[in-house]
Design a protein around this ligand. Structure first.
Ligand SMILES: [Ca+2]
Length: 368
């Protein structure tokens, strides 16, 4: 007979689903599970308390915000907001649309600063090179919009990805975000359009800014997808884990199956943007240049405009409040219903978003 059957049944702790979920995130619960072998009531009670407080401690190890406070910050955006944009602008061609769209929406968004984010793909030789190319592209966009770049408006970000989720990458962007967050009267929205290295680093360098910012992140896949992995998340898994673990008020806009609806075509972009000022022609040019293959029947997702559209009109999105997932090292989601809450999008209205963006670029071209 196995020894376990000899223990008195009244004192056994059957591992509940809740305990198993905590065990995933906190190995100390495995120790707590060993109390199954104990045979006195007080020890069992101590074990239960240990399990309970272990879970609470994990959920709050980064930022001691209450879910009430977090839910208030996660309410759909209403009215005029202050925002910064964190963008890997040159990694492909969608950040450019997003930056222009945000700057042409002053009725809703007061853009305080733009941060260059790192990326590494066939349009860069390293994460740092990608950040530099993004920095140049932000300034190019400003020039083509006929805008002078104010001092302290465009900042270089991380020159590398995080290698450990306790070690931030210091950068002018991370420092500016910390300073602006600390000085902000109301919530500062951080429109995060790439690998979240800059934002996660700022949260590690100054965890208290979680009380002052709301992160709107285009990244990861939907919670029911077979993997969480996509370009923004997989480039810097450590910073992505920080975002999900930190407790910062977070709105996730997944790629598939949500922002993947933001498809457009050469025919459509040409119809609405050709001849619509220097910036309209530039956006058309980079859109057409992006496809070096067969353009017949081709469409392209302009992912990043989702984060801008969300703060302009959250009514264009369907969202849910969920427990923040655990992003595993295998880049899958794990569930722990003792974790803090966040908001995740499940659907968006593609036509309303493109209609608003195309209209604003046309109006800009007509303005003196
Ligand atoms: Ca991007």
């Amino acid at each position: 007979m196995p020894n376990v059957l000899q223990y008195p049944k009244p004192y056994m702790i059957r591992p509940s689903l809740h305990c198993l979920q905590i065990t995933i995130s906190n190995p100390v619960c495995c120790i707590a599970g060993s109390f199954t072998a104990l045979s006195s009531v007080p020890k069992v009670l101590v074990g239960l308390l240990f399990i309970l407080f272990s879970g609470v401690a994990y959920a709050q190890q980064h930022v001691p915000l209450s879910d009430g406070f977090r839910l208030e910050r996660l309410r759909p955006v209403d009215g005029h907001i202050n925002a910064v944009i964190d963008t890997d602008t040159y990694n492909e061609i969608d950040d450019q649309f997003a930056v222009v769209y945000a700057l042409l929406s002053p009725e809703k968004i007061n853009v305080l600063a733009i941060y260059a984010a790192p990326y590494l793909n066939n349009r860069s030789t390293s994460a740092g090179d990608g950040m530099e190319k993004s920095f140049d592209e932000i300034n190019r966009l400003m020039e083509k919009m006929g805008r002078e770049v104010p001092d302290d408006f465009v900042f270089r970000g991380s020159d590398r990805f995080m290698t450990d989720k306790t070690e931030p990458v210091d950068s002018p962007a991370a420092r500016d975000l910390i300073q602006r967050a600390k000085e902000a009267d109301g919530p500062l929205y951080v429109l995060t359009l790439g690998a979240p290295t800059n934002v996660a680093s700022a949260l590690l360098m100054a965890p208290e800014i979680a009380e002052k910012i709301v992160v709107i992140w285009l990244g990861g896949k939907g919670l029911n997808w077979r993997t969480a992995s996509e370009f923004n998340l997989m480039q810097d898994p450590k910073s992505s884990q920080v975002l999900f673990d930190s407790g910062v008020p977070l709105v996730q806009l997944p790629t598939e199956p949500v922002t993947s609806h933001l498809l457009t075509t050469v025919a459509e972009v040409e119809y609405y943007l050709k001849g619509q000022g220097e910036i309209g022609d530039y956006l058309l040019e980079i859109f057409k240049d992006y496809n070096h293959g067969e353009p017949f029947g081709w469409s392209k997702v302009i992912w990043d405009i989702s984060a801008v559209a969300y703060v302009i009109n959250p009514g264009w999105f369907a969202t849910e409040i969920q427990h923040s997932p655990i992003l595993t090292d295998a880049l899958t989601y794990s569930v722990d219903n003792s974790r803090h809450l966040y908001r995740v999008a499940t659907y968006l209205r593609r036509d309303s978003i493109f209609r608003d963006m195309f209209r604003k670029i046309q109006q800009h071209a007509k303005s003196p």
